[in-house]
Ligand binder design. Structure first.
Ligand SMILES: C[S@@+](CC[C@H](N)C(=O)[O-])C[C@H]1O[C@@H](n2cnc3c(N)ncnc32)[C@H](O)[C@@H]1O
Length: 216
C-alpha cells in the first residue's frame, strides 16, 4: 500500500511540475502543441476523462446544424459533432496546422468513419476566419482559446461568422497547460460582445456556452 501511495504521489508531483514548467515557458514563448502530439489529444484515455458525446451535447450541437470547430487538432471531437449534426448538417473543421488536419483526414479514411461525408477540412487562422458573416449555427472550440495571441479578435471573428442568435461553446480541460478558470473564459466572451447562456461541467472539464445575441 505504501509503495502504491509513493508511486501515485510521484506521478502527481511529476504532473504538477510539468504543468508549472510549461506554464512558465509559455509566458515567454507562445506555442501550440506540435502535430506529433495529435495522438495524445485523440487518445482513449482523454476520451474517458472528457467524453466527446457529453462535450458535443453541452456545446448545443443538434441535428441539421451548420457548425464550425475552431482549432480542431487531430479531430478528437469532430467525428462526434459530424455524427450528431447528421446528413443534413455539416462541420467545418479549421486548424492552422496542416499536419493536424492530415491526422483528421487519416482518421476519416478508417473503415468505421467512411460513412461520414459532412466534414470539411479547412486550413486557416482563428483571427481571420475564411467564412462569410452569419454562416454557422454553432461555433465551438476545445482547449484552443488560451493559445491564441489575440483572443478578443478571434472571438469577434467567431461572432461575425455566427448566425444571429447562434451559439459559441468554449470548452476547457484542466490537464491542458493553458487551462483557464471559468471566470476567465466568461470574461473573455463577454468582452467580445457575447451573452452568457450556460456553464456546464465541473472545475476540470467545463463548457461555457454563449449566445451571439441576447435571448428574448
Ligand atoms: C491544444 S490543441 C486542441 C486541439 C483540439 N481542439 C482538441 O481539443 O483535441 C490546440 C489546437 O489549436 C490550433 N490552433 C492554434 N492556434 C490557432 C489559430 N490561430 N487558428 C486556428 N487554429 C489554431 C493548434 O494547431 C491545435 O491543433
Amino acid at each position: 500500500m505504501r509503495v502504491f501511495t509513493t508511486i501515485l504521489l510521484k506521478i502527481l508531483g511529476f504532473f504538477v511540475l510539468l504543468q508549472i514548467a510549461v506554464r512558465i515557458i509559455k509566458r515567454f514563448y507562445a506555442f501550440s502543441p506540435p502535430a506529433s502530439m495529435g495522438f495524445l489529444l485523440d487518445s482513449d484515455f482523454r476520451k474517458r476523462l472528457q467524453p466527446p458525446d457529453k462535450l458535443i451535447k453541452r456545446s448545443g450541437i443538434k441535428e441539421g446544424m451548420h457548425i464550425l470547430e475552431v482549432g480542431c487538432g487531430s479531430g478528437a471531437f469532430t467525428i462526434c459533432a459530424a455524427r450528431t449534426s447528421g446528413i443534413k448538417g455539416e462541420v467545418y473543421a479549421l486548424d492552422i496546422q496542416p499536419r493536424m488536419l492530415m491526422q483528421l483526414k487519416k482518421k476519416l479514411s478508417r473503415p468505421e468513419n467512411r460513412d461520414i461525408k459532412n466534414i470539411k477540412l479547412v486550413e486557416g487562422d482563428a483571427h481571420k476566419l475564411p467564412f462569410n458573416d452569419n454562416s454557422f449555427d454553432v461555433v465551438y472550440t476545445v482547449t484552443v482559446l488560451q493559445e491564441l495571441p489575440d483572443q478578443n479578435r478571434a472571438l469577434k471573428e467567431m461572432k461575425r461568422v455566427l448566425k444571429p442568435g447562434g451559439v459559441l461553446a468554449v470548452s476547457e480541460f484542466l490537464p491542458d497547460p493553458d487551462y483557464p478558470l471559468k471566470s476567465t473564459t466568461i470574461r473573455l466572451g463577454e468582452e467580445a460582445g457575447f451573452f452568457l447562456d450556460k456553464v456546464e461541467g465541473n472545475l476540470w472539464n467545463y463548457t461555457v456556452r454563449f449566445k451571439a445575441q441576447k435571448s428574448m
